[in-house]
Write a new protein. Sequence first.
Length: 312
Amino acid sequence: MQELVVLSMLARQIVAVSPKDGTVRVLVNGTAETPDGIVVDPARGHIYWTNMGTPDPGAQPGQEPTFFTRNGSIERVDLDGSNRRTIVPRSTFTTGKQLTADFDAGHLYWCDREGMRVMRCDLDGSHVETLVIAGQGEDARDPRHHCVGIAIDTVCRNLYWTQKGAPKSGQGRIFRASLDMPPGRTAEDRDDIIMLLAGLPEPIDLHLDRSDPNAGLRLVWTDRGAEPDGNTLNRAVLSPAAAASPEIQAYEILARGFTEAIGLASGDGITFYVTSLRGGTVRATNVVTGEDRTIVALPPGLTGIALADLPG
C-alpha cells in the first residue's frame, strides 16, 4: 500500500504514514545520527537515508545545533524496515542532507551541507565522488556555501541544488550544473554552474516535476525562511534557456504557513507532501483544487519524506 516514509529526527525513528487517514507505524527505531534525506528504491526493495551525524557539543537550550564535525553517513534498510546496514561509512562526508537517486544508472546523489559539496555514489555505497565544491575550509562558517536540497534531471542530464544561506536571511540560492563533469574540469573548478535564483528566504528541499507535458519541467521547493515568502511551498517553470543566462525569471508560492518547511514529496505533481521541522506536521497540498490539509501531527523534528508502496 502507498505510504509516506518520514524521518523523525528527534524521535529517532523512520515512520510510515498513511496519506489517506494519517495512520502511523514505525519502520525503524534508533536512528540516532540525525537523519535528514530519504529516497526509496521500490524495484530493489530498499529505503536509503542520509545522516547529519552527531551534533557538535555546546548548543544552548533553544539553539539549533551545528554540524561541523565530519561524521555524516548513509544507511539502508529493506522496505519492511529489516536488514539495516551502513553503506557509506560515518565520516566519509560532513553533514548529509537531501538524498535522491538515479536508480536506472545505479547512483545515489546527496548534498553535504557543512562539507559544502554535492556528492554521488553507487547504490551499494561504493565509488563516492564529489560533483560540486561550493567552498572549502573556513568557508563552512558562511551558510551561503551550505548545499542542502538536491534534484536530478536524467532526461536533460542536469543537477539542481540549493544553498540556503543564514537562517531567515534572504541569502538563499538555487543552482544548476550538468550531471556530467565538463571535460578537463573538476568539482572545484567546473565552469558550467548556473545560478537560477537568488535572494530566497531559505530554500531547502527540491523536487522536479514532469507530470504535465504541456507545462514542461517544473522545479518545486520548500523554504523554511521568514514570512511572507518563507515557510512556503514554491514552484517555477524551467525553460530551455541558453546556458549563459538564468532560466527562472519568476516563481509562484503554492502554499504558506508551514513551521520550518523541510521535506518534500509528490507522486503525481498535483498533491505535494511537506514536513515541518518545528511543527512536526505532514501536510498535503493539492495545487489544482487548492485543498490543504494536515495529515498527521507528530513530535517536532520531521525532515525527509518519500512516497512509496510498502508491504503491509
